[in-house]
Design a protein around this ligand. Structure first.
Ligand SMILES: [Zn+2]
Length: 268
């Protein structure tokens, strides 16, 4: 009888220890907000962009309307149709929800607030992230950074606004965004504060436009691209700080146009 009780207590003790260890691990994960970064693709070695199509079997990465592209100015067609002019509705009250290092880029997630109207459709800003150096090139020139402002419609189609950065004066908006860094791979920070993105845009809002894809798997081909012709100035320090928090050279190479048109929409 005594022996059975001893064994019983021993088993109870073992199960209590293992339970509390699991709980501790859960608490640790909750406190540190570390999500496992599960992805099979990257920007280097055997999982680099050349291998995305074979790695991501159900993706569009081997499709015919892929992004990014090299924009050749003299090959663009001027679009004078006022109905296709993009309209920006950016508010200084929009809430920046959180910032995270998703293992591929630094990403800022926004609550509903900023939006655009394009081709008679509304698109809400969802998130913005960075590529260093740029993915799109203009007349073969690659810029130090490219900022992607990802907007989604109710029908789940995308319009991505792209802002290119050249080295120059510091950008106050970039300084404000980078004040949340550093972030390790998989790490995120809750922000829940108003953030004014409208100051990020170049003064002249002339843009190139074409139909393409997400530049990361699943490379979905339901993306309207709007690339501002005028780059914004960012300081070398701002570029380097961002670079330190992202995979080295997180850009995909130029994709073939396959007969697609690239439009130029001039703005005053
Ligand atoms: Zn991007």
């Amino acid at each position: 009888m005594k022996l059975i009780m001893k064994i019983g207590f021993a088993l109870l003790f073992i199960s209590m220890i293992s339970c509390s260890k699991q709980q501790q691990k859960r608490w640790y994960n909750q406190a540190h907000k570390e999500e496992p970064v599960e992805s099979h693709w990257s920007y280097e070695g055997e999982t680099s962009p050349e291998h995305w199509a074979e790695l991501e079997k159900n993706s569009d990465c081997s499709g015919q309307r892929q992004s990014p592209i090299n924009i050749i100015d003299i090959h663009t067609v001027e679009d004078k149709d006022e109905e296709s002019t993009i309209e920006l509705f950016y508010s200084p009250k929009t809430i920046l929800n959180k910032v995270r290092n998703n293992g591929h880029s630094i990403q800022f997630d926004f609550d509903k607030g900023d939006s655009i109207a394009y081709n008679q459709t509304n698109f809400n800003l969802v998130q913005i992230h960075f590529h260093e150096p740029s993915e799109h090139t203009i007349n073969g020139i690659r810029y130090p950074i490219e900022i992607h402002l990802v907007h989604q419609s109710q029908e789940k189609n995308y319009t991505v606004l792209s802002i290119l950065g050249v080295e120059g004066e510091q950008s106050q908006t970039m300084e404000d965004m980078e004040s949340f860094l550093p972030l390790k791979k998989g790490e995120e920070k809750e922000i829940e504060k108003a953030f004014d993105l409208s100051r990020l845009f170049p003064e002249n809002k002339s843009y190139y436009a074409y139909g393409g894809s997400l530049t990361t798997p699943p490379c979905s081909e339901n993306v309207q691209w709007v690339i501002f012709k005028e780059p914004i100035a960012v300081s070398l320090e701002e570029v380097l700080k961002l670079k330190d928090n992202m995979p080295l050279e997180n850009y995909r190479d130029e994709q073939p146009l396959n007969g697609r048109m690239v439009y130029l929409h001039k703005m005053q």
